[in-house]
Ligand binder design. Sequence first.
Ligand code: F0G
Length: 482
Amino acid sequence: MANIKFLSGENIPLEMHKVRMVQKVTLLPVEQRVQCMREAGFNTFLLKNRDVFLDMLTDSGVNAMSQNQYAAMMQADDSYAGSETFYRLEAVLQDVFGMEHFLPAHQGRACENIIAKVLVKPGTVALMNYHFTTTKAHITLNGGEIEEIIGEEGLKIQSNEPFKGDIDIDKLTECIKRIGKEKISFVRIEAGTNLVGGQPVSMSNMREVSRICRQEGLTLVFDASLLGDNLYFIKTRDEKYKDVDIIDITREIASLMDIVYFSARKLGSARGGGILVSDHDLFLKMRELVPVYEGFLTYGGMSVREMEALAVGLRETMDIDVISQTPIIIEALCNELLSNGIPVVTPPGGLGCHVDAMEFCSHIPQTQYRAGALAAAIFIAGSVRCMERGTLSEQRNDDGSENLAEMELARLAVPRRVFTLSHVKYTADRLNWLYQNRRLIGGLEFVEEPHMLRFFFGRLLPIGDWPENLARKFRDDFGDSL
Ligand code: F0G
């Protein structure tokens, strides 16, 4: 995206790329959308893509790739061991992050499995700005616990704090005192903090956390899956970095960490994942697990074609025109919603636009999944598929009671370079209509509830016939329009 002045004075996002390959999408009538939602058990994960108009479920593995990424795929060197592709990717990663060793894995959660297996012992606690669902699952599967030490602003829906993903340093030192460093498995910083609205972490905070970890002998792990967005925000929100090259910001961050891992379904707009580490002992411990869980060390469960695409995608991530596209589109969507009084997480972050279902659906009890109900209603209203990030994404407490989430968000993810401004305007329009009719949205209840990560496969039913009422109102207001 470029900062181009328009005659009108309006600030319109302008793409610094052109589209040369397209995919047809369909928009089903509202009555069929209700039917699809019923068949999907009111869980947007279970919708079929063919029934979805705008797939804003996630930015994971669905980013548009560049012509150079596709071209690179053609030179992939297929080999079980010693693939040239591996050495090309390793060289790019070493250059971009300035770290010594690279271990490949098939995606981000596979890295989390390896890290947790090496660092987490039963009874230990991992401290982090905020958890991600799969991160927490791997830590608890290994007998550990997590404690979140994000700053207070991070959990406020509306804020002017530019780096809401920052760790609260007082909480960090308090935890170290209370828990004891021998019981802390690691400290984790998540770039572009996913579950609180794609909120970035500041360089000064990372520096301070790193200083404390080094002083206390604690391992600092950095989840770089959403690093692209975070880099953009450091460059644009921190005066000190406005003239610093993106690659130098990346190297500075990596120099503060002991382990860096990422989902290449996000970072680098490809697929796969990887772990970077400089400490030789840690490298050896994690290396043992790669062939057990992932594949041989020179592919780690990734296809060599994806590895080539990732190598190019990582280089392209160092280009401000590339990483600015998503945050600027997200900002446009958030501003459009805010101007209609719709509550969204502010300041706009990376990854997507996060609608505050706690307030949007304040008439629904939180135990009836406000954000889940809103996600289903958004699909009915516009055939836009978003993701619940609230109580439904939490695991029940041991006594069976609900673990009510601090935030109830419906996340409209914006995959990189996929949607146009008219898609964004359409989405905002249907949300605006839905907000005016929000009282028609009702709650949900489980009919099939898996024990772990229940949001993936769980099936629910609406309480009452609100989906049909919503569709009827849509027809009244929009007539024959889809
Ligand atoms: N860490 C973060 C911050 C993530 O956002 C994700 C995935 C992972 C780790 C796991 O990576 O999917 O490659 O195994 N987030 C996706 C999302 C699924 O939709 O937000 P993965």
